[in-house]
Every structure is written in structure tokens, then in C-alpha cells.
Ligand binder design. Structure first.
Ligand SMILES: N[C@@H](CCC(=O)N[C@@H](CS)C(=O)NCC(=O)O)C(=O)O
Length: 203
């Protein structure tokens, strides 16, 4: 088994899907959380000058989605064939779109405007995309997005529902099936163990 080292800042953020995948796979890795004052020195040494970065026996790959999908494929959490991987990616890319829509919530400095954005982005952008996600889940019977077991798509949804709830305080009562899905996946034994022990961070 290769030695894995996941390098990121001390938050869930863009590394958390990969942490969930390692947890579900039951694979050991070094969860390296940088102190922010060490980043300026390290930044020029990273493939894209950003984190997360995954080291696999010392070889580095950047871009959170590339990392997560690599780990998912390595540990058979990306569907059983190319079609199923495409189905997973359809979900994941929609989740990336939702995350991108949320960026102004993080960059806005004015607290009143930030609060407004939490509502307006949800109403104007997130809801429509979550509806498409809900349809994708229903189209596969409602338990899992792809096939009959947990894949990166299910872990991705858990991660985004968790993120929306944590960052906006919205309990997502408009989407009870997605909240139920998150709760079910959260009970997968290895995921439950990770959720229990992971560092609690604001995003
Ligand atoms: N598309 C990239 C974006 C990476 C990114 O913007 N990372 C931020 C942290 S979430 C970062 O490295 N910020 C520090 C910097 O740019 O110097 C990904 O998904 O990995």
C-alpha cells in the first residue's frame, strides 16, 4: 500500500471529501494540517500553488476534485464501470457548482451583507441545483446515487449538505430526502467513526 499524505489547511474545506473517502475505504493516510505561517514558503513548491495536495509515495497531485476522484477510483468508490463513474461525476460537478455559488459568502467582509448572501444565494441558486440532485437520487431508487452502494457521489452529497447547514444555518427542510440521505450515509460505520473523531472546524 502506498504512503498517502494529504496536505491542507486546518479546516474541512476542499479536503474533506478526500478525508471521507479515505475513511470509507479504511485506508491510513497522514492528515497533514498546515499552520498558516508555513504556507508562504511551501506555496511555490506545490503543483498549482494551492491546497489541497495529495502525496502518494512522495509524488504530488493538486486540485481537490482530481485528488478525490483518484482516491475514489483507487478504492472502488467511483462506481463499477465508466458509465457509473460518469453518473458519479454528474453529481460531483453539480456539487462543485453549488460550492462555487457559495464563494461570496466566504469572501464578503460585511456581516450584514454576508447574512443576506446566505439567504439570496440559497433562494436564487442553490435550491434549483439541489432539486436536480434530488431528481438524480430518485432516479436510482432514492438510496444511493449510483448502483446499490455508497460511492463518492453519496459522500459528496453528505459533505455539501453538511457544509450548507454549517455555513448558512439552513436546515434544508425543503429537501427532506437529501437530509435523510445524509443521515443514512453518516451512519455507514467507518463514516460515523470519522464524523465522531474529526476536528470540528467552521467550514
Ligand atoms: N481548484 C482548486 C482551488 C484550490 C484553492 O483555491 N485552495 C485554496 C484553499 S481552499 C488555497 O490554496 N489558498 C491559498 C493560496 O491560494 O495561496 C481546488 O479545488 O483544489
Amino acid at each position: 500500500m502506498p504512503q498517502y499524505k494529504l496536505i491542507y489547511f486546518p479546516v474541512m474545506g476542499r479536503a474533506e471529501l478526500t478525508r471521507l473517502l479515505f475513511a470509507q475505504a479504511g485506508v491510513d493516510y497522514e492528515d497533514h494540517r498546515l499552520a498558516s505561517d508555513t504556507w508562504p514558503t511551501l506555496k511555490p513548491t506545490m503543483p498549482t500553488g494551492t491546497l489541497p495536495v495529495l502525496e502518494i509515495d512522495g509524488k504530488r497531485v493538486a486540485q481537490s476534485q482530481a485528488i478525490a476522484r483518484y482516491v475514489a477510483r483507487e478504492f472502488k468508490l467511483a462506481g463499477d464501470n465508466n458509465w457509473e463513474m460518469a453518473q458519479c461525476e454528474q453529481v460531483l460537478e453539480t456539487l462543485v457548482d453549488i460550492t462555487t455559488d457559495m464563494v461570496p459568502m466566504f469572501t464578503e467582509k460585511d456581516e450584514a451583507k454576508k447574512a443576506e448572501l446566505k439567504t439570496s444565494i440559497y433562494e436564487e441558486k442553490t435550491k434549483t441545483k439541489l432539486k436536480y440532485i434530488e431528481n438524480m437520487l430518485a432516479a436510482n431508487g432514492g438510496d444511493y446515487f449510483v448502483g446499490k452502494k455508497c460511492t463518492i457521489a453519496d459522500l459528496g452529497l453528505l459533505n455539501i449538505v453538511d457544509r450548507i447547514q454549517l455555513v448558512t444555518g439552513n436546515d434544508l427542510k425543503d429537501f427532506p430526502k437529501l437530509v435523510a440521505h445524509k443521515e443514512k450515509v453518516s451512519k455507514e460505520p467507518r463514516i460515523a467513526a470519522w464524523l465522531e473523531k474529526r476536528p470540528k472546524t467552521p467550514y
